[in-house]
Every structure is written in C-alpha cells, then in structure tokens.
Design a binder for this molecule. Structure first.
Ligand SMILES: NC(=O)C1=CN([C@@H]2O[C@H](COP(=O)(O)OP(=O)(O)OC[C@H]3O[C@@H](n4cnc5c(N)ncnc54)[C@H](O)[C@@H]3O)[C@@H](O)[C@H]2O)C=CC1
Ligand SMILES: NCC(=O)COP(=O)(O)O
Length: 338
C-alpha cells in the first residue's frame, strides 16, 4: 500500500475528533487519492460519531489497526491512546489529553521522517494542555522543527487568495521588536522562497515584505526598524536572486496581495498576518510549516472548546489542509522527477 497521509486527532476534549468524523461521514475524504490513517483514540472517535448522530461499526484491520465503518466507508485508526470518554469532559484543559495529543504528533512525525507516511495533517491542540503534560513547546511548529533537527521553520497560513508567512509567531507583542532581526527576516525569506519553489510556484515566488511600523516608519519618524533591519534583509535576499519587495506599509499591502500581485506576504508578527488571513479564509485556511524535511499541514483554527460536543464545528479547514498536503506531496514527487 502507498505511504498514507496521517491525520492527528488533536485534543480529545476539543473539536478535532468531531471534524475528522464529520469530514469522513459526509464523503469529503472520498476525493483523496491517497490512503489516510487517523492517529488517535477509538473510543473518543466513537463519541464524536455519537455527537454527530451516526452509527459506526468497528473491526480490526489487516495490519492490526482499528477500522471504523459507516455506510460502506472505512476509516483506519492507529490507536495511540485508550481514554475513557467519561473521564474526558468536552472543553476542559486536561493533562491526560495533553499527553495523548503529543503521542499522536510524535508518532506521525516519526512515520513521516522514516518515509512510512507521505505527510501529516494536524487537528488542533490546546497549548495549555500540552504544557500541563510537561511539553515546553508552544505548538506543533516548534516541536516538529526540533524533532526534525531543523533550526529555522516558517509558519505559513494561507488560502487561495492570500498566503502569509510569519517572521515571529507565538510571542508577546512587547517582545516582537527585539525578535525582528536582519538574520530572522533573511532566514524567513530563504525558507519561504525555497518552499514555494518546491511546493507551490513554478518559478521564483513574488514575496512582499511588510513594515513593522505604521507608514513603514515614515522615514524614521515613528520607528527605524524598516531602515535598520527590514530593508537590508530585503536587499540581501535580492542579491541571492529572490523576487522580494518592501518594506510595504501593512495597512495597504493586503489590498494588492488579494488581487494577485504577490505569492506570499512576509509579516513581522502573528496578528499582522493572521487578521487579514482569517477575515478572508476563516473556514478554509490552512497552516503549513515551511522548512521541514517532511510535509505538515494543519487546520487554521484552534480547539474551539465552546463548540466541542455540539457537532456544529466546520470541517472545511481540515479538508483544505488534507487537500494541500496531498497536492504538496504530488508536487514534490513531480519536482524530484524533473
Ligand atoms: N493548529 C493548532 O493546533 C492551533 C491551536 N490553537 C489553540 O486552540 C486553543 C483555542 O484557541 P482560540 O484562540 O480560542 O481559537 P479557536 O480557533 O479555537 O476559536 C476561536 C473562535 O472560532 C470558532 N471556531 C474555531 N474553529 C471553528 C470551526 N472549525 N468551525 C466553526 N467555528 C470555529 C470558535 O468557536 C471560537 O468562537 C488555544 O489553546 C490555541 O493555542 C489555535 C490555533 C491553531
Ligand atoms: N495561530 C496559529 C497557531 O497557533 C499554530 O500553532 P501550531 O501549528 O504551531 O500548533
């Protein structure tokens, strides 16, 4: 059998299990031409099926994996935790869930690294729960970078109309100016350029780099990071052959980016990029970790504790994350043949 795409179930107390089951029973997973395996928990997935009012049968597969069955559809599950749903209330931060979600991620990452899986797609984790389980990484991105032995990765979130790449990620706003350095911007540009050529564009991607300050600092009147840091990093990237422009004022650039003027927008901090992205692509946005030796995509949303157990959460972002991972896999295979 071809190497599968692994979907990690995310927080058992969040919406991850429900959106996986919803995507499966509605037929949204039928279109993919690659086998899928869920890294998760059979009893928790059964509970999600009950929430969605669907009957699910169970059998043991040929390789010892669990197989869920619904109206002729089969879903393979690698059981990595054995939680009792009665002990896992919806919408609560629990260390036991933190341990389980970390196990799903670690296994999926290892399978990808060993070449036994083609890609991993992650359902959302609760960052306080993984902390309660003893994990000091702020999220998947940093954990996967460490496990893959990579110094620099880039968090990209995107949809058809806009793709944003972040220089800094999960950081207090007050710490952003110190973290924005020529080296960080330069490394972000290099990773973004290489990953876009490999997975998304046929040529050099057109990259716009945002300013940090209003009006790009207005010639140094309110902030000089543009002159001291961002412009030199852009120049360095241009010298290296990249198609990079900026620093652009963040308030106007997105208007042109969504009209197709750029392939990627490099943003200095999390909300600078994610506010426009979620405004446009709340439902179908995808998070991609650029710079890893493996393919990792994710939903663009969190655990939505307010919706967990209601069956109302949308599975669109999960399906888009799967579509992106499969397309990246095929594109990388084509590139390796040329
Ligand atoms: N890739 C990941 O694992 C991510 C994890 N998180 C984590 O999730 C937790 C909760 O984060 P929040 O900031 O509250 O963001 P959130 O995305 O969980 O929720 C924000 C709002 O969006 C709604 N929402 C989220 N996903 C939805 C869906 N699929 N369908 C319909 N409505 C949806 C929620 O109901 C809520 O009103 C935090 O621990 C955060 O760190 C956040 C983003 C990504
Ligand atoms: N806001 C995006 C986000 O939290 C992504 O986190 P992760 O993919 O690193 O877990």
């Amino acid at each position: 059998m071809d190497a599968p795409v692994i979907v990690t179930m995310g927080d058992p107390a969040g919406i991850g299990p429900e959106i996986i089951i919803k995507a499966w029973i509605t037929g949204a997973l039928d279109a993919f031409d690659m086998p899928l395996v869920i890294a998760g928990d059979v009893a928790i997935l059964h509970r999600a099926a009950r929430v969605l009012k669907c009957e699910v049968a169970f059998e043991v597969g040929q390789q010892g994996e669990a197989v869920l069955i619904h109206q002729g559809r089969r879903l393979r599950v690698k059981p990595l935790s054995i939680l009792d749903p009665a002990d896992v209330p919806f919408g609560e931060i629990q260390a036991e869930c933190g341990e389980a979600m970390l196990d799903y991620i670690e296994w999926a990452c290892e399978q990808c690294r060993m070449g036994r899986a083609a890609a991993m797609v992650t359902a959302p984790i609760q960052k306080e729960a993984i902390r309660a389980a003893g994990c000091n990484f702020p999220g998947h991105t940093e954990l996967l970078a460490e496990r893959c032995g990579v110094d620099k990765v880039v968090m990209m979130l995107g949809g058809e109309r806009l793709k944003v790449c972040l220089v800094t990620t999960h950081l207090a706003l007050r710490d952003v100016p110190q973290a924005v350095t020529v080296e960080e911007i330069d490394a972000t540009l290099r990773v973004t350029d290489a990953a876009f050529r490999r997975y998304f564009t046929s040529d050099a991607p057109r990259i716009a780099v945002l300013a940090l300050n209003p009006h790009a600092g207005e010639g140094g009147l309110f902030g000089d990071e543009e002159q001291r840091l961002i412009a030199p990093a852009i120049e360095r990237a241009r010298q290296a052959g990249m198609d990079v422009s900026g620093p652009h004022s963040a308030d106007t650039l997105f208007h042109f980016a969504v009209q197709g003027a750029y392939d990627a927008v490099v943003c200095m901090y999390h909300d600078q990029g994610l506010i426009p992205l979620k405004l446009l692509h709340f439902d179908d946005g995808v998070n991609v970790t650029l710079g890893l030796p493996i393919i990792r995509t994710s939903v663009d949303h969190g655990t939505a504790y307010d919706l967990a157990g209601t069956g109302r959460a949308s599975c669109e972002s999960l399906v888009a994350a799967l579509r992106t991972a499969v397309a990246m896999h095929h594109r990388a295979e084509e590139n390796s043949l040329t």
